[in-house]
Design a protein around this ligand. Structure first.
Ligand code: GA4
Length: 328
């Protein structure tokens, strides 16, 4: 599975870091130390389903320590790593993504992050220091996710700003946490393909939002409005937020779940950590009433997160998972 790197360079957007930038000059940046920036947030979710947050308040030390523990894990022998399970979906996985034949130049750890503690048989083999950092980090990103969902609610001018964040606050929330390691791509392999390897193939995230942080290695691309791939400059001091399929439905299509992928970098390995904010299994996923205009109808058939999740795990990465739930 390969892709040409040419279009990647051509479509790169410059990134100004200026919180009031516009979409033509870079990835939208939301400064969490400022008041809501409602319009920018709304526009980012509508146009791209993607933005970057700065001044997020998560301690750099915590992020760096977790990253170090994760690298220590990925540097172990294959036999040691496999003690953390074999995916399906949780635990350690290598090359295979999901249950339906997708592959990538990647190894990863995937956990349930519903509870305050990352527990379960897949974490039992990890050092206590790693598990403690995972718990502390997940607690922080969950708070960040709630904060962002509340700002989105303001942008959407919802009556109550916790309509979405309370799905996460619910102790039965069904969230995931994933650490992806994209090893460097051996020259021989690159030369054989003459192109960049796919680390994680194109897909949208099924959940409400995803909160991503990566080291300073590039590779992430989002799909622009006309289907062009836009390279996202890496920034280890910031977080990137993806709108997921669930939020697209909750907003009756006002916000778009963003198609994205990761290309393996030829020279440096990439490490990313993603929190997927998911609702409780029994939650009905339907447009938020207070958002609907007079006479506006839902674009989607009603379904629960559990029903959606079942269909997600029957799909392949690149599938349009929402399509079967769209009203015809
Ligand atoms: C994409 C978002 C998350 O990483 C994930 C992925 C899941 C997996 O890796 O097992 C899926 C993928 C993701 C969507 C389609 C199915 C399921 C792989 C796959 C082919 C953990 C998730 O929730 O959905």
């Amino acid at each position: 599975m390969v892709v040409s790197s040419q279009s990647v360079l051509d479509d790169s957007l410059s990134e100004t870091g200026n919180p009031i930038n516009n979409f033509k000059v870079g990835i939208p940046v939301i400064d969490l130390s400022r008041a809501t920036q409602k319009a920018l947030l709304f526009q980012a979710c509508k146009e791209y389903g993607f933005f970057k947050v700065i001044n997020h308040g998560i301690p750099t030390k915590l992020i760096e320590k977790l990253e170090q523990e994760a690298m220590r894990f990925f540097n172990l022998s294959q036999t040691e790593k496999e003690k953390a399970g074999h995916g399906h979906p949780f635990g350690y996985g290598s090359k295979r993504i999901g249950p339906n034949g997708d592959v990538g130049w990647i190894e990863y750890l995937l956990f349930s992050a519903s509870q305050q503690y990352v527990s379960g048989r897949f974490t039992a083999s990890l050092p206590v220091s790693f598990r403690k950092l995972l718990d502390a980090y997940i607690k922080e990103v969950k708070t960040l996710a709630c904060n962002i969902l509340e700002r989105m609610a303001e942008g959407l001018e919802l009556e109550s700003k916790d309509v979405q964040s309370k799905m996460l606050q619910n102790e039965k929330n069904d969230s995931f946490f994933r650490i992806n390691h994209y090893p460097t791509c051996p020259n021989l392999l690159k030369a054989q393909c003459g192109q960049n390897m796919i680390g994680f193939g194109e897909h949208t995230d099924p959940q409400i939002i995803s909160v991503l942080r990566s080291n300073n290695t590039s590779g992430l691309q989002i799909s622009g409005k006309d289907g062009n791939w836009i390279s996202v400059p890496s920034d280890s001091n910031s977080f990137f937020i993806n709108v997921g399929d669930t939020l697209q439905v909750l907003t009756n299509g006002r916000f778009k779940s963003v198609k994205h992928r990761v290309l393996a970098d030829g020279r440096d390995s990439r490490l990313s950590m993603i929190y997927f904010a998911g609702p409780p299994l029994t939650e009905k996923i339907a447009p938020i009433c207070s958002l609907m205009d007079d006479g506006e109808e839902s674009l989607y058939k009603e379904f629960t997160w559990s029903e959606y999740k079942m269909s997600v795990f029957k799909s392949k990465l690149a599938d349009n998972r929402l399509q079967i739930f769209e009203k015809t």
